[in-house]
Design a protein around this ligand. Structure first.
Ligand code: ARG
Ligand code: ZN
Length: 876
């Protein structure tokens, strides 16, 4: 069934308080929910009470303490309906039974390892008890959890601990109370035998908060970095947004079976353990950064998501886009702002641009959905964060902060909308934001173009900016958006020019920020002594595609002189793309392979200056990935052709720069003990890049260096880096390294995930068979989402040539897994299937093969709503 934003109406009832009594049992957990209900003054008068359920078994219902008979209600696994209820306040006591062991969907109450845990966002609470399972019904929860003392010595829920005690038959209980009204999706419960890392944090007003991170026994030390990140997040939110933590305790639990990254349940965050556990021996620099970001993200939700929640699921970006923006800013403050921005934009282009340009495109605030779980997307999260960033860019940092203050002040304790949010910034800035708001409702990535004309006589330079947005499903006509274009002009000697023009407002010129609000705008700058170089969309000031890229000579100049590091990186990327596509064109025409001396010269300069900012240099020296190439090509994509062109350029660069790279590699090899900080991570990134350059020019030498690095590595970043190179180089050395890696880490699930992933991404035809064989490996399992993603997700999303093999074997593999997984874990199946979202950009043969599989999937009876929705939309 389609759910539409325009159909929103308030609930007919409110639930002021919920008392839950949950007795944990592996197959028959008993749930007694006592709801304090009353009619919503904003609801339909006299309406029946209709509660949501999903897969529930009802045991009994009492109204104001009186047991009801079957004539008083209708109950089904998916709803409980009471036609007649009192007009005044009343209580309803509902008893249900749930089987956590049979819950393979990982939504509701389920088991991960030997622990009980929950995941209620978006609609999992209705798998625990009948409820008004919608985010605009806010209640105060008191939760009593009971369990076996041996099986579950730890019993946790939201809020503050109230009391606990022993019971007969080896059981015990704990009562938790959360004084902050919250929607049901923020409910959580954990029971299990877990170890804890404990700490405390004193808030800005001097309140001492007890912190704990619960993990598998023996892994407590691996939560140290997460704990440190949590305390830094708490401090940062006080300093940057004035937000103080509000309960007496803050608990985090790491579980190994989790559909997503983590969940911000009030006072009890539940995490995929991948975003908690780290040690130098088992986690890479990327893993450490991921932990820091996700810990911050979930913590920041306490205000943006929990204290102020969403009126309905169409407003998901209200909490997610804003919270991603906040975690990005946190990481930028903790690490390097430039490197963070480059990484965030790479992520946006990798995941969101293809979504926005294909059949699954939807607005940041969608207007219709069939399955809300399919809308936890890169568009809602990452493009949602870009909208918040643009807003800040437009109104300025201070006004933005004032708007946030108004938002927290005015909407605390409510379920808000995007309009509510924007109204705070309209008030703070005095601006009309109604045109800006179009970013929330119009899907698709706008294309921005710039055209410059220099008049040497008049000494003027005219810059014409144009925007247009290609059509997306259901939106054929697009309007111009408010696009903030940060820009600068550079003169002959690389100096930044003063801007003077009658066509722009003084504040636009002073800030170097042009606001493009129409389809086209022309600005003529006066007093320009020679043809300038334009640096546009600095810092990636809007989530658009800038096309075409400046001409190569200008890019080389920007690479040398731009004081915006993002655009310096962008210049290197644009040059690389141009060099690769020149090879693609030559290959298509059967012409001689073009060389790229200008580009290689520019890379040599970056390499020579790499010590000044190793992380930046490594980013600038990295070629765009094959996925980047496929996206930039946009149509008739032949992955094999893209792969050879990229691989050929890599060799050309290696032959030219390998000798320069080797001493850098050797110098960086002697780094001392591991530290996860950004500067050290940057040096390791540069070292990996240098090794790749050596290997690209001289595979034998590269292999020898990689083998010794693999054997001697003192941390996972270096070990996995070496293994990545050996995997690419192939042969005996590769197989030996994979075997040794397995032997060393076979007891560690998170490290084994890396072992599976890396094999799935080997760019050669034999990989499909390798993946099929790995599915029969004793360590492979379809029930663990991390493991499925590490093998199947990596193969279908990150191995362009392997997955898109012309015999269709990759597509068959994905089809088989999706259909096998669908009845067990539909959320995961649907997500895996969305790997096919860009199928129409492929060349005709592959397009045909995928279409056949999509039709086959869509035609299955009994398909979950999740997978059905993706298959149907992908074909639309
Ligand atoms: N709110 C969580 C986060 O952003 C994501 C949970 C989504 N879960 C789901 N099954 N849809 O951190
Ligand atoms: Zn979130």
């Amino acid at each position: 069934v389609a759910v539409r934003l325009v159909d929103y109406r308030p609930a007919d009832f409110l639930i002021d308080a919920v008392a839950l009594d949950i007795s944990l049992d592996r197959t028959a957990s008993k749930v007694v929910a006592t709801l304090s209900l009353r009619r919503n003054p904003k609801g339909a008068p006299g309406a029946p009470l209709s509660l949501d359920g999903d897969d529930l078994t009802l045991v009994g219902v009492k109204l104001d303490g009186r047991p009801l008979g079957p004539q008083d209600y209708t109950a089904a696994p998916d709803h409980l309906l009471l036609e007649k209820v009192p007009d005044g306040p009343f209580t309803l006591e509902i008893e249900t039974r749930v089987d956590p062991s049979a819950n393979t969907q990982l939504s509701g109450l389920y088991r991960s390892g030997s622990a009980y845990c929950t995941q209620c966002e978006a609609e999992g609470f209705r798998r625990i008890t009948y409820f008004l399972d919608r985010p605009d019904v806010l209640s105060v929860y008191t939760t009593r959890v009971e369990g076996d003392k041996g099986e579950a010595p730890i019993l946790l829920s939201n809020g503050n601990p109230v009391k606990s005690g022993n019971l007969p038959d080896g059981r015990h209980y704990a009562v938790w109370r959360d004084p902050f009204p919250k929607p049901s999706y923020l409910f959580a419960l954990v029971g299990g035998d877990l170890g804890a890392l404990r700490d405390s944090f004193t808030t800005m007003s001097g309140r001492k908060i007890d912190l704990a991170i619960y993990v598998e026994h023996g892994k407590e030390a691996r939560a140290t970095y997460a704990m440190d990140a949590l305390k830094r997040s708490m401090r940062w939110d006080e300093e940057k947004f004035g937000r103080e933590y509000d309960l007496d305790v803050f608990n985090i639990v790491a579980v190994s079976d989790f559909n997503m990254g983590a969940m911000e349940n009030k006072g009890l965050n539940i995490f995929n353990d991948k975003y908690v556990l780290a040690s130098p021996e088992t986690a890479t620099d990327g893993d450490y950064a991921g932990i820091e970001g996700v810990i911050a993200h979930e913590y920041f939700h306490n205000w943006t998501g929990n204290r102020i929640t969403c009126r309905d699921w169409f407003q998901l970006c209200l909490k997610e886009g804003l919270t991603v923006f906040r975690d990005q800013e946190f990481s930028a403050d903790m690490r390097s702002r430039a490197v963070e921005r480059i990484g965030d934009v790479r992520g946006l282009r990798l995941a969101q641009f293809p979504e926005d340009g294909g059949p699954l495109a939807h607005p940041v605030r969608p207007e219709v959905y069939h399955e809300i779980n399919n809308f936890y997307t890169a568009t809602v999260y990452e493009k949602g964060a870009e909208i918040v960033r643009m807003l800040r860019t437009l109104i300025g940092d201070e006004t933005f902060r004032r708007g946030m203050d108004i938002y927290f002040e005015r909407f605390d304790g409510t379920a808000a909308t995007v309009e509510d949010y924007l109204s705070c910034f309209a008030e703070a800035s005095g601006r009309d934001l109604s045109h800006f708001a179009l970013w929330y409702s119009q899907a698709g990535t706008p294309i921005l173009s710039t055209e410059g004309a220099y008049d040497p006589q008049a000494k003027t330079f005219s810059l014409t900016l144009k925007q247009h947005t290609p059509p997306t499903p259901g939106q054929s006509e697009k309007k111009p958006l408010v696009v903030p274009v940060a820009f600068a002009l550079f003169g002959e000697n690389g100096e930044k020019l003063e801007l003077a023009s009658p066509d722009a407002r003084a504040d636009e010129l002073a800030r170097g920020l042009i606001e493009l609000t129409d389809a086209e705008r022309k600005i003529t700058f006066a007093g320009v002594a020679s043809r300038p170089v334009v640096s546009a969309l600095r810092g990636f000031s809007a989530p658009v595609r800038l096309e075409p890229a400046p001409e190569s000579a200008d890019l080389e100049k920007l690479l040398a002189c731009d004081d915006d590091p993002f655009n310096r990186w962008q210049a290197a990327q644009s040059l690389a793309l141009r060099a690769i596509f020149a090879r693609v064109d030559a290959a298509k025409k059967g012409a001689q392979t073009p060389q790229a001396p200008g580009f290689i010269g520019a890379l040599r300069t970056i390499l020579a200056g790499a010590d000044a900012d190793p992380a930046f240099a490594a980013q600038a020296l990295s070629l765009p990935s094959e996925i980047d190439l496929a996206r930039e090509a946009g149509h008739d994509v032949d992955p094999d052709v893209l792969f050879s062109a990229r691989y050929g350029l890599r060799e050309e660069i290696g032959r030219a720069l390998g000798a320069d790279a080797e001493p850098i590699y050797r110098r960086l090899s002697d780094a001392g003990p591991y530290s996860p900080d950004a500067a050290s991570a940057g040096r390791r990134m540069l070292k990996a890049l240098a090794l790749d350059l050596v290997a690209a020019g001289d595979p034998e030498k590269g292999s020898a260096l990689a083998r010794s690095q693999f054997a001697a590595a003192g941390n996972m970043t270096d070990r996995l880096g070496a293994l990545t190179l050996l995997a690419l180089l192939g042969g005996e050395a590769r197989e030996a390294a994979f075997a040794a890696f397995y032997e060393q880490y076979k007891g560690d699930a998170l490290v084994l995930d890396k072992w599976f992933s890396l094999q799935a991404t080997i760019p050669e035809p034999a990989t499909t068979k390798r993946v099929v064989d790995l599915m029969r490996h004793p360590d492979f399992s379809l029930t663990n989402p991390n493991r499925v993603r590490s093998l199947i997700g990596a193969f279908s999303n990150a191995n362009l040539t392997g997955f898109h093999a012309l015999d269709g074997s990759g597509y068959d593999l994905l089809t088989r897994i999706v259909l096998e997984l669908d009845p067990k874990n539909p959320q995961l199946a649907a997500r895996l299937l969305s790997a096919l979202r860009s199928w129409r950009t492929l060349e005709p043969r592959r397009r045909g093969l995928i279409e056949e599989r999509l039709r086959h999937i869509a035609a299955q009876g009994n398909l979950s709503p999740d997978t059905k929705d993706i298959a149907t939309r992908a074909l639309s």
